[in-house]
Write a protein that binds this ligand. Structure first.
Ligand code: ADP
Length: 403
């Protein structure tokens, strides 16, 4: 099966075509600056193209990528009918979607009702769906939600200490995000260690610009550090993570700010960027600055690591034990110093790290010593592959594809 994976944002659209048998990407690409000027990137194992192309809207972006796929010179298919399924990354499925679904008019309607919950992401995802439906109306579309894997959380984990009526009335609760990555990584960890995922307790630390941690017990998420929105939890690149709401009221009064202004500070000016006094939200730049004795850059990294360790400790308690701790995403996969610092807080769990292994670069590697009581792993996340797997599974169930 050939699966076109689409991750549509407000002004960009990432895509891959994945062969479900080999699980390899045949092409990876990106349409950027949609509606502005337009930049198109397209890479196969033979060719790499980056060009300026006007893309007025998402439909034009999808048009451009489809043209490239069937291009006689560097295309990978000769006809659109060779694409069996399109898998769309959809950010927020609310409580309605606990798994991946065939995109129908009803699903689009139900997703539109979730727009309120993710006003930055969901409408942008739906524009991508709409563009694909216009241009490939006969191809099966599958929606894969970032919240779905987290839907196994129990009320004790997902309810806030707010009046229950607000959950009943507005579904205000913790949803958790990065579910596609947490699912892929927790399962890959078990596979790598030769374990049955239904018998292990895993903590996944997805540490990128956006960062979240999940506790996955016997294959099911029991907690995730993100909440009603992706703002809760860890200190991130530019997002604040957990903050006492009382401090926000205080700040609003002192600085005469309204809610949109406060939210902009929490989402765009906080995290390691804010702590480092606007030095950078990029962990590489912070590391370079720390070496040159930039105190605030060092403090930002220290706070980040401390917060990750606190969540890992609390999730070990939530699961009454932990077998695997896995680092993934930009920072988790690449920053061996941060990993070492985080693990230094976790010696009480019987964790010992092999310094050489911790500096190895691989798709999957165990960085803990063999004698360590908990396995510590680094695994490269692959959200596109997870979406392709989900899309293929739904297509098989729907019985619409040839093998
Ligand atoms: P997102 O998908 O949330 O935008 P990523 O998972 O791509 O984020 O992670 C981006 C972060 O990863 C950036 O802060 C970047 O500095 C960090 N990163 C990437 N490579 C390295 C590296 N070699 N060392 C330290 N940090 C890195």
């Amino acid at each position: 099966m050939k699966i076109l994976v689409i991750n549509s944002g407000s002004s960009s659209l990432k895509f891959q075509v994945i062969d479900s048998e080999s699980e390899q990407a045949m092409v990876k690409g990106l349409c950027e600056r949609i509606g502005i000027d337009g930049v198109f990137t397209y890479k196969t194992d033979k060719i790499s193209i980056k060009e300026s192309v006007s893309m007025r809207d998402h439909t034009q972006a999808v048009h451009r990528l489809l043209d490239a796929l069937v291009d006689p010179e560097h295309g990978i298919i000769s006809d659109f009918s060779e694409i069996d399924v399109i898998g769309h990354r959809l950010v927020h499925g609310g409580e309605k979607f606990t798994g991946s679904v065939v995109v129908t008019d009803e699903v689009i309607q139900a997703m539109t009702e979730c727009n309120d919950l993710a006003p930055l992401h969901n409408p942008a995802n739906l524009i991508g769906v709409d563009a694909c439906r216009k241009l490939m109306p006969d191809t099966l579309m599958v929606g894969v939600f970032d919240t779905a894997f987290n839907q196994t959380m129990e009320p004790k984990a997902y309810l806030y200490g707010l009046p229950y009526r607000y959950y009943e009335k507005y579904k205000i609760r913790r949803y958790g995000f990065h579910g596609i990555s947490h699912k892929y990584v927790s399962q890959r960890a078990a596979q790598f260690m030769g374990q049955d995922p239904r018998h292990v307790k895993t903590i996944v630390c997805h540490l990128g610009n956006g960062a979240s941690i999940s506790a996955v017990k016997y294959g099911k998420v029991i907690d995730n550090s993100m909440g009603f929105t992706p703002l809760e939890g860890l200190v991130m690149g530019t997002r604040c993570g957990d903050v006492d709401p009382g401090a926000l009221e205080f700040l609003a009064k002192k600085e005469n700010l309204d809610f949109p202004q406060i939210m902009a500070i929490l989402n765009q000016e906080s995290g390691v960027l804010g702590i480092s006094k606007n030095f950078s939200s990029d962990f590489r730049e912070l590391k370079d600055a720390e070496i040159k004795y930039n105190e605030k850059a060092a403090l930002a990294r220290e706070i980040f690591a401390y917060k990750v360790a606190k969540y890992v400790g609390s999730y070990a308690a939530a699961m009454n034990g932990v077998d695997n701790i896995v680092f993934t995403a930009g920072v988790g996969e690449n920053d061996s110093d941060i990993r070492e610092e985080i693990c230094s807080y976790l010696e009480f769990l019987g964790i010992t790290i092999d310094e050489l292994k911790n500096r190895e670069q691989a798709e999957a590697v165990r960085i803990s010593e063999r004698s360590s009581k908990v396995n510590v792993l680094v695994i490269r996340t692959n959200e596109e592959l997870e979406i392709a797997r989900e899309a293929a599974a739904v297509a098989r169930q729907a019985g619409t594809v040839r093998e």
